[in-house]
Structures are given as structure tokens and as C-alpha cells.
Design a protein around this ligand. Structure first.
Ligand code: ARG
Length: 383
């Protein structure tokens, strides 16, 4: 039994529905088609697609249906606070692609489109689905299309992002050459496998990934810390589950909420762990936790993230706006007669939690489809 009653509830609930996609009734799987079509047509399409699934083939969705599946998968995703904007998702139908070099070319387009001129637009690119008759489905081995290397030093500490340490080693084993002088913010290459499951390496053209150097609106010393983060999070290791079909390579992006960077990536003790350094530069006494040096450092780091992205014209939301947007989303879904699956511990921002309305809102998670799901790493990718 987990120690926390909330997690106990979530776990108990998760266990009450089958977790394996194929165990779900096809009726649920294809219900989303009712939103894509008029009633008479939806019935026909359900029958056609149901026949393909029964024969063990991937769902023969039209591009328009796939677009609906992608948007509804976003709308359904229990961990996402940004779902008010689900209708704006642009879906790229690249189901014909399974070759790593073709995926890499498509991913370069995806990132360029998503980055725009800083506007940041939400895209989903869908590559070849699982299909027993075709061999393995393609996989993107990176957790995200942008990410910084993590190098373990002899003393056990890590230069860069510890979250990517195993992936960095993998890339090096595949032949990636880190810069001559490794830094804490070296962009990682892409690792992609095709039908044969073998990983291939695709270094990124220099300057291709948009990044934001971090500075603080009041502290001039802050920019000398040399901190930066990339503009767009493109999640590339999750599976799109739609219409009884699994799409293991279906990278998608939204735009950042500041706290993802300022309260997690750069602040977590097991990530960049920068709060002690920032507190020191702020001249705070780090001996007494009740002086709130951690909290003060955390707020200023978040202020720097919000300020820098805004100054550079790169779209990023703050947690107060995101919380209000999510409350509007809940209202709209209620008006549409749909219950919202949501995980409170993911929706509530990691700072100033109780100052946001989502904190005071009960939530319940349940299995939905279409959805984005976690999947085991490709065979050969250890972490
Ligand atoms: N939390 C992840 C990160 O910090 C990104 C997850 C997706 N975030 C988003 N805003 N769409 O990189």
C-alpha cells in the first residue's frame, strides 16, 4: 500500500480497469469517430475500421480522422494542464514513414514548424503504427527532440542534465562526438530506429534548436551563470494510442509553462540542482531552512525564466495563467457533457500550489482513448 492516501486511490483506480490497450472493447476505441463524422457516416466508419482491427491490421484512419484522434488524445491526457488549447493541435500524417533517415527529415520540419519565430505552435507528427505484418514500428529513442547531455565525471558528479546521462552514454557508444569542451548545455543528437529496430544517429545542425539564455529582471549577475533552456518541449518517447492501434513514434509539442524549467529541470536536486548556487549569489544564509532561502532562490529562478522567454519573444505560459486556463477547460468540458480525467499531482504547479485554483479542485484519473501513453524503452535503450 503506498503511504499517501491520494496515490493509494489513484493506484486502486488504475488497477480497476484493464491497462492493456487490446483488452479494451473496440466500441470505446472507436467512439471518438462520433466527433469526426455525422452519425450515419460514423457507424459506417466504425464498421470498416472494426473489420481491419479484427483482422490484426492497424486502423485505416483517414488523415482527418487521425487529426481528430490526435486532438482528442491531447484533450484526454490526464497529466496536461494546457488542454484548453487542444483544438489548435496541428497533426502531420506521416504514417507512410518508417525509415530512420525519413523520420529525421520529418522531425527537422516538425521542430522548425513548432519553433516558428518564437510563437510556438502545437504539432503532432504520426509515424508508422505497430503492424505485425510489417516488422517493428519505428521508434525515437530520445525522450524529447531537444535535450542536454549529462556527462558523469570521475568524482561521480554530472556535468549537464543528469536525466540524460544514460542516453548520453548510448549516443557516445553509437559514435556521437561531444564538443571538444563539454558544457552543461550540449544539445544531444537524435537516435532513431526503423523496421529492423537498429538505432541510427542523427546529429543536429548547429544553431537549429532555438534556445533562450537566462537572465534576471533585477539581478545583473544572473546571466553570468550561463544558464539556458530550449524553446520547445517536443515529447518523443510516448505512444499515441488511437482506434485500437499503437503509434510508438508520435512526437508532439506544446509550449512551456515556466515552472517546468524553473521549478523542476533547473531546480530539482536530481536535475541541475541550482538552488544552492542561486541562493549563495543572492547572499542568503543557507544554514536555516526556516529562513526560506530555498523558496526565495526558487522564485527568482522562475522570475528569470519568465522574463527571459518574454524578452526573447518565445511563447511560454506562467503557472497562474495555465491554472486559470485549465479551470476554463474544465468548464467547457462540463458544458460539453464530458468528464475530465486529470491527475491532481501533475496538474498542480510545483510552486505556489495553493495560490492557484487547480489546487482546490478535486480531480479523478481514469483510462481514456485516444490518449498518449508511456511505453517501455526500445530494446537496447537502458534508461
Ligand atoms: N516537463 C517537460 C520538460 O520540462 C516537458 C513536458 C511537456 N511540456 C509541455 N509544456 N508541453 O521538458
Amino acid at each position: 500500500m503506498p503511504p499517501c492516501p491520494f496515490h493509494a486511490l489513484v493506484d486502486a483506480f488504475a488497477g480497476s480497469r484493464p491497462a492493456t490497450p487490446n483488452a479494451e472493447p473496440p466500441a470505446d476505441e472507436l467512439a471518438f469517430l462520433d466527433e469526426a463524422h455525422l452519425a450515419s457516416q460514423a457507424a459506417t466508419r466504425r464498421a470498416e475500421i472494426g473489420r481491419a482491427l479484427a483482422a490484426g491490421r492497424p486502423a485505416p484512419l483517414t488523415s482527418a480522422e487521425l487529426t481528430w484522434a490526435g486532438k482528442i488524445a491531447w484533450r484526454n491526457h490526464a497529466r496536461c494542464i494546457g488542454r484548453l488549447h487542444w483544438r489548435s493541435l496541428q497533426v502531420r500524417d506521416h504514417r507512410e514513414l518508417a525509415d530512420p533517415a525519413d523520420l529525421a527529415a520529418s522531425l527537422r520540419e516538425h521542430l522548425a514548424l513548432a519553433q516558428g519565430d518564437g510563437t510556438v505552435r502545437s504539432y503532432l507528427t504520426v509515424f508508422a503504427p505497430e503492424d505485425p505484418s510489417a516488422g517493428a514500428a519505428p521508434r525515437i529513442w530520445n525522450a524529447q527532440l531537444c535535450g542536454y547531455a549529462g556527462y558523469r565525471r570521475a568524482d561521480g558528479s554530472v556535468l549537464g542534465d543528469p536525466a540524460n546521462e544514460a542516453f548520453t552514454r548510448l549516443a557516445i557508444n553509437l559514435g556521437w562526438r561531444p564538443p571538444a569542451e563539454p558544457s552543461a548545455f550540449d544539445l544531444l543528437p537524435w537516435v532513431i530506429s526503423g523496421r529492423d529496430g537498429k538505432p541510427a544517429l542523427f546529429p543536429l545542425p548547429a544553431g537549429f534548436v532555438r534556445e533562450v539564455p537566462l537572465r534576471h529582471p533585477q539581478f545583473p549577475w544572473f546571466e553570468n551563470l550561463g544558464l539556458r533552456w530550449y524553446a520547445v518541449p517536443v515529447v518523443s518517447d510516448m505512444l499515441l494510442h488511437a482506434a485500437g492501434t499503437r503509434f510508438p513514434a508520435a512526437p508532439f509539442n506544446g509550449w512551456y509553462m515556466g515552472t517546468e524549467i524553473g521549478a523542476r529541470n533547473l531546480a530539482d536536486p536530481h536535475r541541475y540542482n541550482l538552488l544552492p548556487l542561486i541562493a549563495e549569489r543572492m547572499g542568503l544564509d543557507r544554514r536555516r531552512s526556516r529562513d526560506l532561502w530555498l523558496d526565495r532562490a526558487l522564485i527568482e529562478l522562475n522570475a528569470a525564466v519568465l522574463h527571459s522567454y518574454e524578452a526573447d519573444g518565445v511563447k511560454l505560459t506562467d503557472h497562474h495563467t495555465a491554472s486559470e486556463d485549465f479551470m476554463r477547460f474544465l468548464g467547457r468540458e462540463r458544458d460539453a457533457g464530458r468528464e475530465v480525467s486529470a491527475r491532481w499531482d501533475w496538474i498542480v504547479p510545483p510552486i505556489s500550489a495553493a495560490a492557484t485554483r487547480v489546487f482546490h479542485t478535486p480531480m479523478r484519473e481514469f483510462v481514456t482513448t485516444p490518449d498518449f501513453r508511456r511505453q517501455p524503452p526500445p530494446p537496447g535503450r537502458d534508461g
